[in-house]
Design a protein around this ligand. Structure first.
Ligand SMILES: *[C@@H]1O[C@H](CO)[C@@H](O)[C@H](O)[C@H]1NC(C)=O
Ligand SMILES: *[C@@H]1O[C@H](CO)[C@@H](O)[C@H](O)[C@H]1NC(C)=O
Ligand SMILES: *[C@@H]1O[C@H](CO)[C@@H](O)[C@H](O)[C@H]1NC(C)=O
Ligand SMILES: *[C@@H]1O[C@H](CO)[C@@H](O)[C@H](O)[C@H]1NC(C)=O
Ligand SMILES: *[C@@H]1O[C@H](CO)[C@@H](O)[C@H](O)[C@H]1NC(C)=O
Length: 374
């Protein structure tokens, strides 16, 4: 198996992130309230009265500093009840979307996302030399870590997580690595698995959280990865890069594959969610939103001036931070908020702010970027 590079593997960044001590502003009283008297009782909205806590599962699109812990520990997971430092230089170059949700809505954040993660290492394992193992995945690491934390009581008798079922939202954003390099796009999945196996895995992880008491779920669909510089079609394509130093030469072919993968998984999410929630009643009493972050990012792509606000000319095909193929000699544009993408693979911080603001509308039950079930 090939080794995979990651954005935040720089030891300095990781050490800085780990040193961030002040989490106090995340524990203030929730400022989120909503009231929508007379809303229909099903299908069209949520009934979350109070948004107190956000629990996140995913990859580098969501990670603060969890992979950093694994790197610094030589592969050991954080202990149960670990308070994860907020990263000010996450994979988007700044704060990650979940941190913005936490700040904008005044909610607690418990972030289990790990850069490099896939849904299951039984489907698309991607070896990471810094920990001499595949990246910790949702199925094998993130969900068990959350379940352990949810049961953890501090020595002074305080429960570690503030997670009342009717005030806690569980967000799932995965797929970037599963569908990408050294995985599905290069036919490197485990024999006998395919895109439906991947989707099955995602619903199984949500079921594990449901079985542990989760009742409000936001399933992010797959970002428009075919527009990310690393998978883009000519003339916006790039060659060998820090993430994919041996990228194959036919970028048209790769782009076409990614278009198919993204569209297929997103169509399955659209139809399978109501099938599982409404027809099969697999999660009684739970509410689901499918967050069309794909549509939102496509809207940024097509209407950048509605969203991007840097001082440089707006740019949706290029990216902020240019590094060499081993991740060194990086040069960042000094107007990052002009860009949709931070680097070859990751959305910019301004894109993540937009995703965070719209996430809060999703949770309020009133977003045009979501479909609601349950
Ligand atoms: C980011 O965090 C590090 C470590 O806590 C800190 O030294 C640095 O000043 C922070 N940078 C910004 C821009 O907040
Ligand atoms: C209990 O300990 C935790 C972790 O040190 C701390 O965050 C919390 O505020 C403490 N609770 C009380 C009631 O002292
Ligand atoms: C690259 O792939 C495309 C799409 O499959 C194909 O049409 C084209 O001939 C390929 N180019 C080369 C140089 O093989
Ligand atoms: C762009 O808007 C965001 C709020 O969405 C703000 O935090 C940021 O500072 C703005 N950037 C610039 C360069 O004005
Ligand atoms: C990338 O930059 C670093 C730092 O200057 C350097 O050590 C490394 O050799 C460079 N890699 C390549 C492929 O040029």
């Amino acid at each position: 198996m090939k080794s995979v590079a990651v954005a935040l593997a720089g030891a300095v960044t990781v050490a800085n992130a780990l040193a961030t001590p002040d989490l106090s502003e995340r524990h203030g009283p929730p400022s989120y309230h909503h009231g929508r008297p007379g809303k229909p009782s099903s299908g069209s909205g949520w009934d979350l009265e109070t948004f107190t806590s956000l629990v996140i599962f995913g990859d580098s699109y969501s990670d603060d500093s969890r992979l950093g812990y694994f790197i610094n520990s030589g592969g050991d997971p954080p202990p149960v009840g670990w308070v994860e430092p907020v990263a000010n230089k996450s994979a988007d170059g700044g704060y990650i979307w979940g941190e913005y949700v936490s700040r904008y809505a005044g909610v607690n954040k418990y972030n289990y996302a790990v850069s490099g993660a896939v849904c299951s290492n039984d489907i698309t394992p991607r070896y990471f030399s810094a920990i001499d193992a595949p990246f910790p995945a949702l199925a094998q690491y993130e969900i068990p870590a959350y379940i352990a934390d949810s049961k953890y009581v501090e020595k002074n008798g305080t429960k570690f997580m503030i997670d009342p079922p009717d005030e806690t939202v569980y967000a799932f954003w995965d797929g970037t690595n599963d569908l990408g390099y050294y995985a599905f796009i290069q036919d490197e999945q485990v024999e006998g698995t395919d895109l439906t196996t991947y989707v099955d895995c995602m619903y199984r992880q949500m079921e594990r959280v449901y079985n542990n008491g989760g009742r409000y779920f936001v399933l992010f669909n797959i970002a428009p990865l075919d527009l990310a510089p690393i998978y883009a079609a000519p003339p916006n394509d790039i060659g060998a890069n820090q993430y994919w130093p041996d990228k194959p030469k036919n970028h048209t072919l790769l782009n076409g594959r990614m278009i198919e993968e993204v569209a297929t998984v997103n169509a399955i999410f659209d139809y399978r969610t109501p099938f599982a929630v409404e027809l099969k009643n697999r999660y009684p009493g739970a509410k689901f939103a499918v967050y069309d972050v794909h549509g939102l990012m496509l809207d940024i792509y097509n209407n950048p001036s509605d969203y991007l606000n840097g001082t440089a000319p707006l740019n949706v095909d290029g990216y902020v931070n240019h590094c060499n193929t081993t991740g060194g000699d990086c040069v960042a544009n000094d107007s990052p908020d002009s860009f949709l993408w931070y680097d070859e693979l990751h959305p910019s911080e301004q894109t993540e702010r937009v995703i965070a603001m719209n996430f809060i509308d999703v949770v309020k039950g009133a977003s045009k970027w979501a479909t609601y079930w349950g």
